[in-house]
Design a protein around this ligand. Structure first.
Ligand SMILES: [Zn+2]
Length: 465
């Protein structure tokens, strides 16, 4: 008797970290049931999708997102944020412990956020716990709740209720995380260097984007990374350095890895695309910390990517209302630091990496899906396309050229430094466990998907007991 599955996707080019090939995919109960050049004609499917001419990537895993719910939902929120992520090919994201209110620095903060995410997230999610001064005794309960790791700031976070750790708190937090078998992620900039140079700029009335860049030099990142790496080695705590803005930071981490340190490094699409000149031209919408760097730094960062020295790419989507992106006197220091970019990660990697620099598609999959899945224990359930893995898939028309307009953005506040940019590579559909969470011309005619468009995201990792 002919076997029947939920869906067959025929003739797409399936891209994983290992390589690319034309294949048919069978999906059953939300998982990949088979990947074969030609599935047996005896295999019947409830839904048939013709993916000829399309590339199929594993869903992106964005481990660095601030959706600000609860407490600052007017900045973004799970509903709008996850819709944007899905439109950008992301099927799993990790929400940072700050910008939401309360912060996720203890069980109560975790529970209220987990409830909100469970009700409104369109895609799968994990929650970061926070490491702040004085909450080291809360890390164990956060770990029991199922946080994906602990995030700490080594310099001012911009959020009063999420202060930076001093060296002793970072040390204690890393010792505790190591004992729990968890991981610490650091925003690595020197609080001393950034504070002093910021004060110096402001006292001299130097308030442009270029002055802002000068107030947070690469040296400041290198200093903080050196310290965090030393602590990681001495405590045995796995370390993840987020949003490295320069290849010089990445190379420091590479050297530590070569000596056996358990450390990984993330960069963001904006550091792989935008420069200080863009920051000057675009204004507040392109302000972030660490700041955008020079064209030479962008090129050097792509070289580090090509060498395999960068582990992950995360969006660091950190949105805010438009009023916080402006200052009447043009003082960039007074503007909220954070780029809205979660919807554009794959587009930036494809345009800047694949089309302009011939970076292999396999490398892009590694950075945005496979490596995050491996680092955070989700592989091979996620991060690849293989029998048994979740059918988290992105269907992309690699050659389709288009321009990003504000109307294309699903953010609560549709501003982004990428508005007006042209991209080659259009996302035609995103599927979460076999169910479409975004469609653009593909899958639209298919009926019968249960509650398509309804929030169906599930927590990854352990659940709060
Ligand atoms: Zn961030």
């Amino acid at each position: 008797m002919a076997r029947e599955v939920d869906m067959v996707i025929r003739n797409g080019t399936v891209v994983t970290a290992e390589g690319s090939r034309t294949a048919d995919l069978a999906v059953e109960q939300g998982r990949i049931a088979a990947v074969e050049r030609h599935l047996s004609p005896n295999l019947r499917a409830v839904r048939e999708v013709d993916a000829s001419g399309l590339h199929i990537f594993p869903g992106l895993i964005d481990t660095h997102v601030h959706l600000n719910e609860p407490g600052r939902t007017e900045w973004e929120g799970f509903a709008s944020g996850t819709r944007s992520l899905a439109a950008g090919g992301v099927t799993t994201f990790f929400d940072m412990p700050l910008n939401s209110k309360p912060t996720v620095t203890g069980r109560a903060g975790f529970e209220v956020k987990a409830e909100a995410a469970g009700k409104r997230s369109l895609i799968d999610y994990g929650l970061w716990g926070g490491l702040i001064p004085g909450n080291v005794e809360k890390l164990e309960e956060l770990h029991e709740c199922g946080v994906v790791g602990f995030k700490a700031f080594m310099s001012d976070s911009g959020i009063d209720e999420f202060p930076a750790v001093d060296d002793a708190y970072l040390w204690e937090g890393m010792e505790t995380a190591a004992r729990l078998g968890s991981l610490v992620a650091v925003h690595a900039e020197s609080r001393w260097i950034t504070a002093r140079l910021t004060a110096s700029c402001l006292s001299q009335g130097r308030t442009t984007a270029r002055d802002y860049e000068a107030s947070r030099p690469i040296l400041s990142e290198m200093e903080a990374v050196q310290k965090a790496v030393a602590f990681a080695r001495l405590t045995g705590c796995p370390l993840h350095v987020v949003h490295a803005s320069s290849a010089r930071v990445v190379r420091l981490i590479q050297a530590a890895k070569d000596e056996g340190a358990d450390v990984t490094v993330e960069t963001c699409p904006h550091y792989l695309t935008l420069t200080t000149e863009d920051a000057e031209r675009l204004g507040g919408v392109a302000k972030c910390a660490p700041p955008l760097r020079s064209r030479e730094e962008v090129d050097a960062l792509w070289e580090a990517v090509a060498d395999g020295a960068v582990d992950t790419v995360g969006s660091d989507h950190s949105p805010c209302p438009p009023s916080m992106k402006e200052d009447s006197e043009g003082n960039i220091f007074r503007i909220w630091g954070g780029i809205s970019g979660a919807q554009s990660t794959l587009n930036v990697l494809l345009e800047e990496g694949h089309h302009r620099r011939s970076v292999p598609l396999e490398t892009i999959v590694q950075l945005a899906s496979t490596n995050p899945a491996k680092r955070f224990g989700l592989y091979p359930q996620k991060g690849t396309i293989t029998p048994g893995s979740d059918a988290d898939l992105v269907l992309v028309d690699l050659r389709a050229a288009w321009v990003l307009h504000r109307e294309n953005l699903y953010y609560r506040h549709p501003h982004s430094p990428y508005v007006g940019r042209s991209f080659r590579g259009r996302i035609r559909a995103t599927l979460l466990r076999g169910r479409p969470v975004y469609t653009d011309g593909v899958l639209e005619g298919l009926s019968g998907f249960p509650s398509s468009g309804e929030p169906g995201g599930r927590p990854v990792g352990r659940r709060c007991r």
